[in-house]
Design a binder for this molecule. Structure first.
Ligand SMILES: NC(=O)c1ccc[n+]([C@@H]2O[C@H](COP(=O)([O-])OP(=O)(O)OC[C@H]3O[C@@H](n4cnc5c(N)ncnc54)[C@H](O)[C@@H]3O)[C@@H](O)[C@H]2O)c1
Length: 239
């Protein structure tokens, strides 16, 4: 029987690409607020889940436990915000970004730990190049850096390190993928050409390219890789 993979945010773009990549060798549970617009591939099910709800994360994991060994958790669900100057961001907006992007990561990771320990599985959290640079674009523009998005994604990178240390003894690996500009609704299409001109590899990334990286990190090929943050950004930021 194929092992189970959970993909949060699996109904859209990067998450959906992960669903398509993982369903070749896993039974996949999509955890998202709404189902994907496309038909579900064979072996894929949708469970409506708000990752800011501890009860809904627990219900998702209970459902996963009935499906088989949880080999992989890919956490892609997140939100972004409108860019505006720092002094115009209100505290409610700041809290909402942190709640979904960082607290949601904590809740889903904590909920999944027991099953991942049992199957010595792997976790991949989706961060962002914005965590590295402090601005959510290729350059810091006059319209604002989205500091709440950047901070939430930097928090995800830190969480990956803490989890990797805490879970290594149980054989559970925890890594991050760190996308740059990826084609999809998060970046308005009218900006793609202008951004491409400033990316060393000459184009935006594809969701499938992030999915390939997440799949690798959950595979036995990455069995000695934990606590790593894998940049997928066309050469726009180098460690
Ligand atoms: N697209 C990019 O250029 C880019 C770049 C860097 C990082 N990222 C990161 O990649 C991930 C996916 O990005 P994307 O482009 O696929 O975004 P997207 O907006 O297309 O998909 C995000 C998905 O998360 C779901 N979601 C939002 N809030 C949720 C909640 N509370 N509970 C459950 N599901 C929820 C949405 O319904 C949606 O299906 C995000 O973590 C994002 O921060 C994206």
């Amino acid at each position: 029987m194929k092992p189970v993979a959970i993909v949060t945010g699996g109904s859209s773009n990067i998450g959906w690409a992960c669903v398509q990549r993982f369903c070749a060798d896993h039974r996949v549970l999509i955890a998202d607020l709404q189902p994907p617009q496309a038909p579900l591939p064979e072996g894929v099910s949708f469970i409506q889940t708000d990752i800011t709800s501890q009860a809904q994360c627990a219900a998702l994991i209970q459902r996963a436990a009935t499906q088989g060994a949880l080999a992989a958790l890919v956490h892609s669900a997140a939100i972004t915000a409108e860019a505006k100057p720092f002094d115009q961001i209100d505290a409610a907006e700041w809290r909402r970004l942190l709640e979904v992007n960082l607290t949601g990561s904590f809740l889903i990771a904590q909920s999944a730990i027991a099953l991942l320990r049992r199957s010595r599985g792997a976790m991949v959290l989706v961060s962002s190049r914005a965590a590295r640079t402090g601005y959510a674009a290729l350059t810091a523009s006059g319209s604002g850096t989205k500091p709440h998005y950047c901070a939430s994604k930097a928090g995800v990178l830190s969480l990956v390190k803490s989890l990797a240390v805490e879970l290594a003894g149980d054989g559970v690996r925890v890594n991050a993928v760190v996308p740059g500009a990826i084609e999809g609704a998060m970046i308005p299409q009218q900006r793609w050409a202008e951004l491409s001109a400033r990316i060393p590899l000459g184009r935006l990334g594809l969701a499938a390219e992030v999915a390939d990286a997440a799949h690798y990190l959950c595979s036995s090929g990455a069995r000695y890789v934990t606590g790593h943050a894998l940049d997928i950004n066309g050469g726009t930021w180098m460690n």
